[in-house]
Structure formats: structure tokens, C-alpha cells
Design a protein around this ligand. Structure first.
Ligand code: HEC
Ligand code: HEC
Ligand code: HEC
Ligand code: HEC
Length: 450
């Protein structure tokens, strides 16, 4: 008998003897109770290691090849052995980044040693189980094919298809948590700035799954606008959690620099781009908090709950103004905003983004841009991802047609060009791109408003 199968049957037997403790679905894979078995366990040729997609299977079965060949997660650990990582480590006084938790926590499936089974190795980087959960308890029913999605999740598979859970998972590494966080010190040592948008990054991760009719029967899959909106709200929650976390939020008496707009300090002085923003209310020459996700949550709420949107704007203005008063004032203002947006993620999740609403969201994204809300590079970058997401969802829903799609594409290319290099970014060029997007969709929007 094939060794892998013997192992599987062993696990099957084991799990029927041992009373499996049901994990709370939202526990991130890194912190769950289950043993992690390693990529080899998932990548058997009869499981997820097929060279080509299986013809008669709705699950592709070649996930491991896609991941290994194309997915950056598979090389995340190797990255820690490269020149840039060694430079960062040297600047921080870290001897070997491939052995240090500071780096491994995001660049590998760094579960505690007691949770690593025989075939487990850190060298595999961000593995299947780093996203799908330690397989100890779900592998049995999963291989035997006796459980549906619900049973798999109850046995500890992480609900990656659900946008809230997925946002928390991805952001745990693409933003940070209370246990792993990139400070300005680590950025200063040379770590790249992190940027993330849930719907866009879900689409850019090389797909090892296919969302077709069969998939939709087995699992729920939210449209791009909802995924995007939830991603923004969860990102704001994570930011406010960090701003109110005494372990992460200070640098001396001031807030950690990592919460600020990087390019407020880091762009060439010959590239003059400061513009007043009413929603911030700060004078020239003052670094501003990076509020890109907050601005985009205001876009979402301007459609979902305009009254709440207004309160977020007011609280955010106070947050901006408190940042110069010091860490305590910032903490208090962040706490207030956190209370204001309590429950907003669930509210968005319950909201159905109909065709008319998608148009409204796109319209709001454009109007915020024309009112100067994307002056910061990071906000412009987020807005570009956001407009891209909404446009794709509208295309999928058949709301944009032939000639319009072409025009929108040309205008989107202008937007991507305007945010291509952060140091060269000019808000006025970005506004021009937004105007072109507006012109391209105007006719369709008028039709869908009727
Ligand atoms: C355990 C940490 C971890 C988790 C969880 C995680 N990522 Fe990543 N991700 C990384 C690291 C580290 C890199 C950079 C790898 C490298 O290039 O060495 C990365 C890179 C990426 C990239 C490539 C970015 C680029 O610039 O090309 C995409 C896309 C991505 N992740 C999407 C996602 C999505 C979507 C999720 C959630 C479903 C997710 N990631 C979850 C750690 C993680
Ligand atoms: C909070 C999670 C997190 C921590 C902690 C972290 N990284 Fe990263 N790192 C990432 C993510 C995510 C990316 C990919 C960024 C992107 O492309 O969007 C990345 C990218 C990188 C890159 C650039 C990779 C490339 O090919 O462009 C290097 C180098 C790197 N990290 C080294 C380190 C080192 C060294 C440490 C420890 C000092 C470390 N990282 C700690 C999340 C993290
Ligand atoms: C960075 C996170 C990440 C990593 C790493 C990852 N996946 Fe996934 N995987 C996802 C997401 C997101 C989905 C889509 C949501 C879903 O169906 O759960 C998914 C979906 C799947 C599906 C469901 C296909 C279907 O039709 O239902 C399978 C099977 C799968 N992954 C296997 C693997 C295997 C095997 C590996 C390792 C070789 C792996 N994944 C690595 C995030 C990840
Ligand atoms: C309030 C101003 C300010 C903000 C905001 C800020 N930084 Fe810095 N940054 C500095 C200063 C000051 C240094 C040290 C420069 C020096 O010593 O030459 C620095 C250093 C750096 C360096 C190292 C540069 C080098 O020459 O090696 C990087 C990279 C960096 N920051 C990235 C970031 C990122 C990413 C952000 C946003 C998350 C950010 N910074 C936000 C002021 C800032």
C-alpha cells in the first residue's frame, strides 16, 4: 500500500478513537489546536498533487503544482535567505532570518514545535495548512469524502471562502496581528511597505481553485464588491486594533510611524503634491495618518449606511488631528472610531450589492476621487484596486458592455500608470484618470440609475 494512504488510514482510525475537539472556525490556522502535517501530506498524486487538473473532478487536484510553481507563498521562506532579507536582518541585529520568529511568523507556517508532524518543514514557506488549517482533524473525513463543507469546517478547516474569515487570514500576514507586526523600525531596516486589498489579492494569488456552478453548490462565494467592501472594513478594524494596542501603538510618546502615510515623509522634495483635504483638516507640513482604508470604508458606508459614513468622517477627522497631540490622544480617538464602526463588518456582510448598488459604489469611488480624497499615494493605490474590483464585478454581472468595457479599460490603464511608482505619484494625474473613468461609465450608469 502506498505510504501516504497508510498514513491517512492511520489518521482515520485515530480520529475515530480520539474525541476531536471542534475548533472555533475563526481561529487563525497558526494558532489552532491541530497538528500540521506538511505539504507532502496534501500533495500526494492522488490528492492535490496531480500534474494537470483532473477531468472529472470539480476540485482541480493540481493545487500543489500551482502553488509550488506560481504562488509567491511557496517561496516566502526562501526569500528570507536572499540578499534583501539578510540586509534587513543585519540592520536589526537578527542573526539568521530563516531561524528567527520575527520573520518566520509571516514567511512560513510557523506553528509551535509541538504542532509539527513528521513531514512538516518550515522550508515550504506559507503552505496549504497556513491558510486551510492544520489537517490533523479534518484529513480523515476529507480523504474519506464523508463530509461536506460544514463537516470539514467543524473539524478545523479554515473557512477561506468566507470573505470575513479570509480577510482576517490574509491580513494577519499582509497587515499584522498583535503577535506579528511590522514596525517602522523593520521598514527602516529595509522591509518593503505592505499593501493589500482583499478582492484584488484574492484574484492575483494564482488560482488553485475554480469558482464554477459545482463550486457554488458546495460553497458560498461572494461577489467582488462585497468581498472588497468587507476587506476594507476588516482592514480598518485591524488598524484600529493596532492603534489601541499598547504593545504596538507607540514610539516614545508619539504613535508608531508605521501608522502614518509613508510618502508624507518619503518622497522627493522636487515632487510637490501637498493639497488640502477637508476630511483631514491638517495644515501643510504635518505627517498624516495613513487613512486609505478609512476613506474607502467611507465610500462603502456612503452607500450602505450614509449616516454612519458621516460619523466615520467626523471621528476620522478627530483621529487625524489628535495624532500630533501624542500617543494618548490618538489612542482615545482610535477607540472612539472603533466604537462607531462596531458591527459594520456584519452589516456589510448582510448587505446585498445589487446592480444598482454596484453603480452607486462606483459612482462614490469616483466622486471621492474628484473631491481630493486620494491625495495620498496609498489612498490612490487602494482606490485603483477598488475601482478595478467594482468594474470587474459589474462586467461579471453583465452591467458593462462592449464599447464601454474598452473605454473603461483605457481609463483604468491611466489609473494604474498614475500609481505605478510611488515616488513619482502626482495626485493631479490620478484625478485625470478618475475623470476618464467617469466619462467612460457615464452612459451605462445613467441607464442603471433608471
Ligand atoms: C502566513 C502568512 C501569510 C498568509 C496567511 C497570507 N499571505 Fe500572502 N504573502 C505572504 C508573504 C510572506 C508574501 C511574500 C512572499 C515572497 O515573495 O517571498 C505573500 C505574497 C502574496 C502575494 C504576492 C504579492 C506580490 O507582490 O506579488 C499575494 C497576491 C498574496 N500574498 C495574497 C494573499 C491572500 C489572498 C491571502 C489570503 C487568502 C494571503 N496572501 C495570505 C504571507 C502570507
Ligand atoms: C507581518 C508579516 C511579516 C513579517 C513579520 C515579515 N514579513 Fe517580510 N513580507 C511580508 C509580506 C506580506 C511580503 C510581501 C509584500 C508584498 O509584495 O505585498 C513581504 C515581503 C518581504 C520581502 C520582499 C520579497 C520580494 O521578493 O520582494 C523581504 C526581503 C522580506 N519580506 C523579508 C522579511 C524579513 C527579513 C523579516 C523579518 C525581519 C520579515 N520579512 C518579516 C510579511 C511579513
Ligand atoms: C495563501 C492562502 C492559501 C494557500 C497557501 C493555499 N490555499 Fe487553497 N485556497 C485558498 C483560498 C482563498 C481558496 C478559495 C476559497 C475556498 O474554496 O476555500 C482556496 C481553495 C482551495 C481548494 C478548494 C477547491 C474547491 O473547488 O473547493 C483546495 C482543494 C485547496 N485550496 C487546496 C490547497 C492546497 C493543496 C494547497 C497547498 C499546496 C493550498 N490550497 C494552498 C487559499 C490558500
Ligand atoms: C514622519 C515621517 C516618516 C514616516 C511617516 C515614515 N517614515 Fe520611514 N523613515 C523616516 C525617517 C526619519 C527615516 C530614517 C532616515 C535615515 O536615517 O536616513 C526613515 C527610514 C525609512 C526607511 C529606510 C531608508 C533607508 O535609507 O534605508 C524605509 C525603507 C522606510 N523608512 C519606510 C517607511 C514606510 C514603508 C513607511 C510607511 C509605513 C514610513 N517609512 C513612514 C521617516 C518616516
Amino acid at each position: 500500500m502506498n505510504k501516504g494512504f497508510r498514513y491517512v488510514f492511520f489518521i482515520l482510525g485515530l480520529s475515530s478513537i480520539i474525541q476531536v475537539s471542534i475548533l472555533k472556525a475563526e481561529t487563525l490556522p497558526q494558532y489552532g489546536d491541530a497538528m500540521h502535517l506538511g505539504v507532502q501530506t496534501c500533495a500526494g498524486s492522488t490528492c492535490h498533487g496531480a500534474v494537470k487538473p483532473w477531468q472529472n473532478s470539480s476540485v482541480l487536484q493540481n493545487e500543489a503544482i500551482t502553488w509550488k510553481k506560481y504562488d509567491h507563498h511557496a517561496r516566502a521562506y526562501k526569500t528570507l535567505g536572499k540578499e534583501r532579507a539578510l540586509r534587513i536582518a543585519k540592520n536589526l541585529g537578527i542573526e539568521d532570518p530563516q531561524k528567527d520568529d520575527t520573520c518566520l511568523n509571516c514567511h512560513a507556517n510557523n506553528v509551535p514545535k509541538a504542532k509539527r508532524a513528521k513531514n512538516f518543514t518550515l522550508n515550504d514557506g506559507v503552505t496549504c495548512e497556513a491558510c486551510h488549517g492544520g489537517a490533523e482533524q479534518w484529513l480523515g473525513i476529507h480523504v474519506a469524502g464523508v463530509g461536506g463543507r460544514k463537516e470539514n469546517i467543524e473539524a478545523g478547516q479554515y473557512p477561506t471562502e468566507q470573505p470575513i474569515a479570509r480577510a482576517k487570514l490574509c491580513l494577519s500576514c499582509h497587515y499584522g496581528t498583535k503577535n506579528k507586526f511590522l514596525t517602522h523600525k523593520i521598514m527602516g531596516a529595509g522591509h518593503p511597505r505592505l499593501s493589500f486589498e482583499l478582492d484584488t489579492y484574492t484574484a492575483t494569488q494564482p488560482a488553485h481553485y475554480r469558482v464554477d456552478a459545482d463550486y457554488r453548490q458546495r460553497k458560498t462565494w461572494s461577489n467582488g464588491v462585497k468581498t472588497w467592501a468587507i476587506g476594507q472594513a476588516v482592514a480598518v478594524n485591524e488598524t484600529l486594533d493596532a492603534l489601541t494596542d499598547k504593545k504596538r501603538n507607540r514610539q516614545g510618546i508619539f504613535p508608531e510611524l508605521v501608522f502614518f502615510d509613508c510618502h508624507a515623509c518619503h518622497h522627493p522634495m522636487s515632487n510637490l503634491r501637498w493639497e488640502r483635504r477637508d476630511s483631514v483638516g491638517l495644515d501643510p507640513g504635518i505627517p498624516k495618518l495613513n487613512d486609505a482604508n478609512i476613506v474607502l470604508l467611507r465610500v462603502v458606508t456612503s452607500v450602505v449606511d450614509p449616516e454612519l459614513g458621516k460619523r466615520i468622517e467626523d471621528d476620522a477627522r478627530i483621529l487625524h488631528q489628535s495624532s500630533m497631540k501624542g500617543g494618548d490622544a490618538t489612542y482615545d480617538a482610535a477607540k472612539t472610531l472603533k466604537q462607531t464602526i462596531q458591527g459594520v463588518v456584519q452589516k456589510i456582510n448582510k448587505h446585498s450589492f445589487t446592480g444598482g448598488e454596484m453603480s452607486k459604489v462606483l459612482n462614490a469611488l469616483i466622486e471621492f476621487g474628484l473631491h481630493g480624497e486620494y491625495v495620498n499615494y496609498i489612498a490612490a493605490e487602494q482606490a485603483t484596486y477598488s475601482i478595478g474590483s467594482v468594474v470587474e464585478a459589474m462586467k461579471d454581472a453583465g452591467m458593462l458592455k462592449g464599447a464601454t468595457i474598452k473605454k473603461v479599460k483605457t481609463a483604468m490603464d491611466m489609473a494604474y500608470e498614475a500609481v505605478k511608482y510611488d515616488e513619482k505619484y502626482r495626485p493631479s494625474e490620478f484625478v485625470k484618470a478618475i475623470e476618464s473613468i467617469k466619462a467612460a461609465v457615464e452612459t451605462e450608469m445613467q441607464i442603471s440609475k433608471k
